[in-house]
Ligand binder design. Structure first.
Ligand code: 5GP
Ligand code: ZN
Length: 113
């Protein structure tokens, strides 16, 4: 498996892990675009949102639940934050293992660039 995020999930490539459990792992982005920038990924290799199937519904739900718990734990739940999952070229996806960006620590712009 040559996938970068599978290697991070397996512990073969180091990362600043902030949460890990049987289904998913969360770690700090190597090139943060906000004061807090965390990536939440399923351990299962799913290349893009286009590859999600009905049986992934609970897993995707866990990504969002865990993001909300991290927001509480890290102290920015009330101020707010942004959750983003990019898909393919026009979405700006560069790593083809789905990941939920958790961005916080500054006011976000809308519409996004
Ligand atoms: P995408 O552009 O696919 O939505 O997001 C990929 C993210 O992965 C980017 O924000 C990028 O900075 C991050 N990233 C790429 N390589 C690594 C790495 O080796 N370690 C970590 N922690 N993040 C990475
Ligand atoms: Zn992968």
């Amino acid at each position: 498996m040559s996938c970068l995020f599978c290697k991070i999930a397996a512990g073969e490539i180091p990362a600043q892990v902030v949460h890990a459990d049987a289904d998913l792992i969360a770690f700090r982005d190597i090139s943060p675009v906000a004061p807090t920038h965390i990536l939440l990924i399923p351990r299962e290799h799913i290349p893009t949102v286009n590859h999600l199937e009905a049986h992934h519904a609970e897993l995707v739900g866990k990504l969002y639940l865990r993001a909300g718990e991290l927001a509480e734990r890290l102290g920015f739940a009330d101020n707010g934050y942004r959750l983003v999952m990019n898909a393919n070229r026009d979405g700006g996806q560069t790593v083809f293992h789905i990941h939920l960006h958790l961005l916080a620590g500054r006011a976000m712009q809308w519409p996004p660039g």
